[in-house]
Ligand binder design. Structure first.
Ligand code: FES
Ligand SMILES: [Fe+2]
Length: 435
């Protein structure tokens, strides 16, 4: 359980809250770059409780401005994106990507009123196929995170974005929680199931109570789960929580890599943004099948014209009680919908004062400690995480491997190399750059 005060610190993201101010020290990913095009339709993007509008102007420059017009508050979502600006359709006031009012046709031509009118605008950078913004005081104080996928060719990666109807921290917790895989995502007839065909899958299935080793790092925390595997070996699966809201989950050996960004729209809604990639080769046709519609797809279809998944709370995630008896543990179709059902049903902001945590929740406890301590350090001492100034700490992978019993993942140089680390995570943390 968590004290009520700490639950507030962990979950509240508006300006002026400890976590909201911490997140405003980082560049924040908010759209896939192909979602806006020059003079194309603007896209509503709620971020950290602020209603914003993203667009690409005539010159191909990206803007992220307040959604509502300074005049009488009409939404600029309906505006005309033309001539290097967005024009409000109510009375024609026009704004550029910096939020400055550049035309004000409803006032006399001689008036200098427009020079005194502007709306909020945040800087935008294109990086790795995504658009990023900085909502804090000084964009030059932070660098963009150098995730491995930001440097691979476009054909090596695949993005997806959707809306999650709960607080971001529940999404993060659901991802790093290795132990739920042994229950929530299981099928009842493993002989027909992909997972049953590998040591990885059978170990995930048969050892339902992993033991944990967690290491704090410059980017957040490395979360190692150990399960018994066949013949005196262990399956180590190491996930990462990367500040302020990223998760990396260890892929099955040979499969493409997934990373997720859980970007708070507001306290009770989150943008799920997923990227799947192969570091060295383009995604294969089989990968694309798995990503799009395969039984292990990490993504789910959306209601057309919205970012809302088809499987949602209004239809109980289309749970099928017959299938729950005979085919799958949950009866809910697809891993992503299964995850949504459990994290969203805990409430828009889970009341963590009522929880009963066990040893299987070690990773969750570690993630919360890292996040809450970072928010408090900023609030109480003005300490900004070093990861905001060193994007290279994000250039890591999660990894899983079968290892001899008695060897921890962070004692094995090969395991560390696979995670793109040259030292143990905690040794890296001890040498993080100072302010
Ligand atoms: S409300 Fe936008 S121009 Fe009047
Ligand atoms: Fe899951």
């Amino acid at each position: 359980m968590l004290k009520a005060e700490d639950n507030e610190i962990l979950t509240r993201v508006s300006r002026g809250t400890p976590m909201g101010d911490l997140m405003r020290q980082f560049w924040i990913p908010f759209l896939i770059d192909s979602e806006v095009e020059p003079d194309g339709a603007p896209v509503r993007v709620k971020l950290l409780g602020e209603s914003l509008l993203a667009f690409c102007n005539t010159e191909g420059k990206f803007g992220l401005i307040a959604e509502n017009c300074a005049h009488r508050r009409a939404s600029l979502f309906y505006g005309r994106n033309e001539g290097c600006g967005i024009r409000c359709i109510y009375h024609g006031w026009k704004y550029d990507i910096d939020g400055k009012c550049v035309d004000l046709p409803s006032e006399p031509a001689a008036s200098d009123f427009k020079s005194r009118v502007s709306i909020t605008a945040y800087p935008v950078r294109a990086h790795g196929g995504m658009l990023w913004t900085f909502m804090g005081p000084d964009p030059s104080s932070a660098v963009l995170p150098q995730f491995e996928w930001t440097g691979v060719p476009r054909e090596n990666r695949y993005f997806s974005r959707w809306q999650q109807e709960c607080n971001y921290a529940q999404c993060v917790e659901g991802e790093i929680d290795s132990s739920h895989v042994s229950a929530l995502h299981q099928v009842l007839h493993p002989k027909e199931e992909y997972h049953a065909t590998s040591i990885w899958g059978s170990s995930m299935r048969n050892d339902t109570a992993p033991s944990w080793k967690v290491d704090e790092t410059p980017y957040g925390v490395a979360l190692g789960a150990r399960r018994d595997a066949a013949g005196g070996t262990s399956l180590w699966r190491v996930n990462h929580f990367l500040m302020p809201f990223y998760t990396m989950i260890a892929p099955e050996i040979g499969r493409f890599i997934n990373m997720r960004m859980w970007v708070p729209a507001d306290d009770e809604h989150t943008w799920g943004i997923g990227v799947s990639y192969r570091p060295e080769t383009p995604l294969t046709a089989e990968d694309m099948y798995q990503l799009g519609s395969g039984p292990l797809s990490p993504y789910i279809p959306l209601i057309p014209g919205t970012m809302r998944p088809i499987y949602n709370a209004d239809n109980d995630y289309m749970i099928d009680r017959q299938k729950q008896r005979t085919e799958t543990y949950s009866g809910i179709p697809g891993t992503r919908a299964q995850d949504s059902a459990v994290i969203e049903s805990a409430g828009a902001i889970a009341d963590r004062t009522l929880e009963r945590l066990g040893t299987s929740d070690t990773a969750i406890i570690a993630m919360r400690r890292v996040a809450i301590n970072a928010a408090k350090a900023l609030r109480d001492e003005g300490t900004i995480p070093a990861a905001t100034r060193d994007g290279s700490v994000y250039d890591i992978r999660s990894h899983s491997a079968i290892m001899p019993d008695g060897v921890d993942f962070d004692d094995d140089p090969e395991f560390l190399r696979r995670m793109k680390m040259d030292r143990r995570p905690r040794e890296l943390a001890a040498t993080e750059p100072s302010r």
